[in-house]
Design a binder for this molecule. Structure first.
Ligand code: ADP
Length: 220
C-alpha cells in the first residue's frame, strides 16, 4: 500500500458486496439495475454461464459464459457455481470464481435474479449478500408496464403475470423492499440501500486499525 493509501484506507480497501435484486417481471428490476451499474464504476452486473447457444452479437464473457452441457455438469459437480437453474431447455448458473475474485478486489456485483437464485447465493455467501425485492404499486400497473414494454406476446405476458404472483410471496426473505411507483424515487431508494450496505463495518477491514490509530492520536 502506498503512503497515500495508508493515510486514506477508506478510499481503497473494502470488501465487495453482492447486491441481489428480485421482482415479478415488469416491476422494474432491469431498469433500476442498469441505471445503478451505469452510475457506479465499482459495481458490475453478474455474468452467468449458460448452455444455450450464443445469439448474434453476443460475446463470450460479456453477456454470458457459453459452455457445453458436459462442462456445465462438471461445474455443478465441482461446486463451481453459486447458484443454477433450468430455464426452458437450458441451464443457467453463476460461476463462483469471478464473484469471489470481485469481492476480494473490492468490487460489487449486482444480480438481477429470481427468488430461488437469490436464496442460493444468499446461502452460499450470506455475509457478502444484501438483497432487495421490488414490488409494483398495483397489479394493474404491472400489467400495463408489461404491455407498454411491448417485448412479449399476450400469452407470454399472461405467464409472466402468473409467475409474478408466485414471486411476490417471497418478499419476506429480502433485506429491503422497494415499491416502484415513481421510478426516480425508487432509484434513489435503491441507491441509498447500496451506499449504506457499503459502509457496513464487516465490509471494511481497515476499520479496526483506523480506529486504533484515531484512538492513539493526541487529543489536542
Ligand atoms: P423487470 O426487469 O422487472 O421485468 P423492467 O425494468 O423491464 O422490469 O420494467 C418493465 C417496464 O416498466 C419497462 O418498460 C420500464 O421502462 C417500465 N418501468 C419501470 N419502472 C417504472 C415506473 N416506476 N413507472 C413506470 N414505468 C416503469
Amino acid at each position: 500500500m502506498s503512503q497515500t493509501d495508508a493515510a486514506r484506507p477508506w478510499e481503497v480497501q473494502r470488501r465487495g458486496l453482492l447486491l441481489l435484486i428480485s421482482s415479478p417481471s415488469g416491476a422494474g428490476k432491469t431498469s433500476l439495475s442498469r441505471r445503478l451499474v451505469a452510475d457506479h464504476d465499482d459495481l458490475v452486473l453478474s455474468i452467468s454461464a449458460t448452455t444455450r447457444a450464443p445469439r448474434p452479437g453476443e460475446e463470450e464473457g460479456r453477456e454470458y459464459y457459453f459452455v457445453t452441457p458436459e462442462r456445465f455438469d462438471e461445474m455443478v459437480a465441482g461446486g463451481q457455481l453459486l447458484e443454477w437453474a433450468h430455464v426452458h431447455d437450458n441451464r443457467y448458473g453463476t460461476p463462483r470464481a469471478p464473484v469471489e475474485a470481485a469481492l476480494a478486489a473490492g468490487q460489487d456485483v449486482l444480480f438481477d435474479i429470481d427468488w430461488q437464485g437469490a436464496a442460493q447465493v444468499r446461502a452460499a455467501l450470506p455475509e457478502d449478500s444484501a438483497s432487495v425485492f421490488v414490488l409494483p404499486p398495483s397489479w394493474a400497473d404491472l400489467a400495463r408496464r408489461l404491455n407498454a414494454r411491448a417485448q412479449d406476446s399476450a400469452a407470454v405476458i399472461q405467464r409472466r403475470l402468473e409467475r409474478g404472483r408466485e414471486e411476490i410471496t417471497h418478499w419476506g426473505d429480502y433485506d429491503y423492499v422497494i415499491v416502484n411507483k415513481n421510478f426516480d424515487r425508487a432509484y434513489a431508494d435503491l441507491g441509498h440501500i447500496y451506499r449504506a450496505e457499503r459502509m457496513k463495518p464487516t465490509r471494511n477491514p481497515w476499520l479496526p486499525d483506523f480506529v486504533r490509530r484515531l484512538g492513539s492520536e493526541s487529543l489536542s
